[in-house]
Write a protein that binds this ligand. Structure first.
Ligand SMILES: Cc1cc2nc3c(=O)[nH]c(=O)nc-3n(C[C@H](O)[C@H](O)[C@H](O)COP(=O)(O)OP(=O)(O)OC[C@H]3O[C@@H](n4cnc5c(N)ncnc54)[C@H](O)[C@@H]3O)c2cc1C
Length: 414
C-alpha cells in the first residue's frame, strides 16, 4: 500500500509505540509521526515500582523497542516535544516549538498522571510521586540512602513501592484512609490478605488514617496524620491514583468525561481522531458501558486495535480488563471488572497465599484473581465472558479443574 497520508500519534509510551508498530506491520507506508513529551523513547512503566526501582534490572530492560526500531520503521519519533493544541476542523496539531502538523488520522495516547495531594507541604523537597522513569530514578536514589519512608496511599503503586522499599531494607509506614490496602478494587476480604502480607514483611500499616500535612523546613521531615500522629521520615511517596491527561482533547472540543470518550472502535467524537490506553474511556461491548482501564495490558492491546481502525478496519475492542502486580514473593493476576458484588468465593486458603478469589453477582463470576497460582487466566476469563452459572461449592473446590467448570456448567449458562 502506497499512500501520501500522514498519521500522527500523540503520546510516545506503550499504547502509542505499539500503535506505531502495528501501523507499519499492517502495511501503512505513509508518514508516521510519534510525539512524546518525555526525553526517553517509549518504555514500560510496571518495572518502575518493582525490579527497576530496586536496581535489579537496568534501563535497557524497560524499553518497548530496540533503539534503532523507530528509524528502521521510518517512524518519525519526536521526543521532548509536546502537542499543545489541536484544531480538528482543519486536522491540524500544534507542537510546543510552534510546528504545525497536518494529519489524516490522529491517535491520542496521552496517558495519565499522578493525582496530587492538595495539602500543606506537598511542595517540600522529598515529597515524591511516581510515574516516569525519571521519577523512579529519583526514588531509587532515595532507597539507596535508606532510612524511613512514609507511603501515602495503599493502592497498587503505593503497595508496590512499600514492598520494594522494605525489600531494600528501609523502615516503611504505609498509610491509607481505607480499612485495608487496595480496598476500592479488591474489597475488604481480599484487601486484608495484602494488609497481612505487608505487616508480615515489617511494614507499619496505618489504616483508616488520612494525611493532613507534610512538615519540614525545605525538605519533608514529618507527616501529620488526620488522627493526630506526627510520623518522622526521610522522604514520602504519594500514590493516590492517576488522572487522565485530557487537556488537548478538551481544548479541541472532543467529548471527555474522566477520560476521552471513545466508542468500541476507539473513535472519539471528532472524525478521524482515536484514543487508546490510560486516557481512553472506551465503550466496552461486554459491559455495555464506557470503562477506563489504567493497566499495562490495556495499553498493549488497545494501541494496536486503534491502529487497525485508523487503517479502516472496524474492530471492536472487547478484551476483558486484566492486570498484574508483584509484591515481595506474591504475584497476582486479576481479570474482569467488578465494582460491586454479592460475595467473594475463595479457591484455596488465602492465608496460604496461594489461592484464587472470585467476585460474584448471583451465580456468575464478575472478576477473578489468582495469587501465586498460574496459567488459570484463560478459564477465569471464560467463566466471566461466557457468564457461566456456577455453584459456590464447586468454584471453591481446588479438585474441580476450572476448565471442567467452564465446560460442564456452560450448559447452565446464559
Ligand atoms: C509505577 C507504575 C507501575 C505500574 N505497574 C503496573 C502493573 O504492575 N501492572 C499493570 O497492569 N499496569 C501497571 N502500570 C500501569 C501501566 O504502566 C499503564 O497502564 C500504561 O503505562 C499506560 O500506557 P499509555 O501509553 O496509555 O500511557 P502513559 O504510559 O501514561 O504514556 C502517555 C505518554 O504520553 C505523553 N504525553 C501526554 N500528553 C502529551 C502531549 N500533549 N504531547 C506529547 N506527549 C504527551 C506522556 O508524557 C507519556 O509519556 C503501572 C504504572 C506505573 C506508573
Amino acid at each position: 500500500m502506497t499512500t501520501e497520508q500522514t498519521f500522527v500519534i500523540v503520546g510516545a509510551s506503550l499504547a502509542g509505540a505499539k500503535a506505531a508498530e502495528t501501523l507499519r506491520a499492517e502495511g501503512f507506508d505513509g508518514r508516521l509521526v510519534l510525539i512524546g513529551t518525555e526525553d526517553e523513547r517509549p518504555y514500560e512503566r510496571p518495572p518502575l515500582s518493582k525490579d527497576y526501582l530496586r536496581g535489579e534490572v537496568g534501563r535497557e530492560k524497560v524499553y518497548v523497542h530496540e533503539e534503532g526500531f523507530y528509524a528502521e520503521q521510518s517512524i518519525d519519533l519526536r521526543l521532548g516535544r509536546t502537542a499543545v493544541s489541536l484544531d480538528t476542523s482543519v486536522n491540524e496539531l500544534t507542537l510546543d516549538d510552534g510546528e504545525r502538523l497536518r494529519y489524516d488520522r490522529l491517535l491520542l495516547t496521552t496517558g495519565a498522571e499522578p493525582r496530587q495531594l492538595q495539602i500543606p507541604g506537598n511542595e517540600l523537597d522529598g515529597v515524591l510521586y511516581l510515574r516516569s522513569v525519571k521519577d523512579s530514578d529519583v526514588l531509587r536514589e532515595r532507597l539507596d540512602r535508606g532510612g524511613k519512608v512514609v507511603v501515602v496511599g495503599a493502592g497498587w503503586i503505593g503497595a508496590e513501592v512499600a514492598a520494594s522499599a522494605r525489600q531494600r531494607g528501609l523502615e516503611v509506614t504505609l498509610l491509607d484512609p481505607n480499612e485495608v490496602p487496595l480496598e476500592r478494587v479488591l474489597g475488604i476480604e481480599v484487601g486484608a490478605v495484602y494488609r497481612d502480607i505487608h505487616a508480615d514483611h515489617g511494614v507499619q500499616m496505618l489504616l483508616g488514617t488520612g494525611v493532613e500535612a507534610f512538615e519540614g523546613h525545605t525538605a519533608v521531615e514529618q507527616v501529620r496524620t488526620s488522627d493526630g500522629r506526627e510520623l518522622e521520615c526521610d522522604f514520602v511517596v504519594v500514590g493516590i491514583g492517576a488522572q487522565p491527561r485530557t487537556d488537548l482533547a478538551t481544548q479541541a472540543g472532543i467529548a471527555v468525561n474522566d477520560g476521552i470518550l471513545v466508542d468500541e472502535h476507539l473513535q472519539t467524537s471528532a472524525p478521524g481522531v482515536l484514543a487508546a490506553g490510560d486516557v481512553a474511556r472506551a465503550h466496552h461491548p461486554f459491559y455495555g458501558q464506557g470503562i477506563r482501564v489504567e493497566h499495562w495490558s490495556n495499553a498493549l492491546n488497545q494501541g494496536p486495535a486503534a491502529a487497525r481502525n485508523m487503517l479502516g478496519h472496524a474492530d471492536a475492542y472487547d478484551r476483558l480488563p486484566y492486570f498484574f502486580s508483584d509484591q515481595y514473593d506474591t504475584g497476582m493476576e486479576y481479570s474482569g471488572f467488578a465494582r460491586t458484588w454479592d460475595r467473594v468465593v475463595f479457591r484455596g486458603d488465602p492465608a496460604s497465599r496461594e489461592f484464587i478469589a472470585f467476585w460474584l453477582v448471583g451465580d456468575t463470576v464478575r472478576a477473578g484473581m489468582n495469587v501465586n497460582v498460574w496459567e488459570v487466566t484463560d478459564p477465569i476469563q471464560r467463566l466471566i465472558r461466557e457468564r457461566v452459572a456456577v455453584e459456590d461449592r464447586r468454584l471453591a473446590d481446588p479438585d474441580v479443574p476450572l476448565e471442567e467448570l467452564v465446560a460442564v456448567e456452560q450448559g447452565l449458562g446464559r
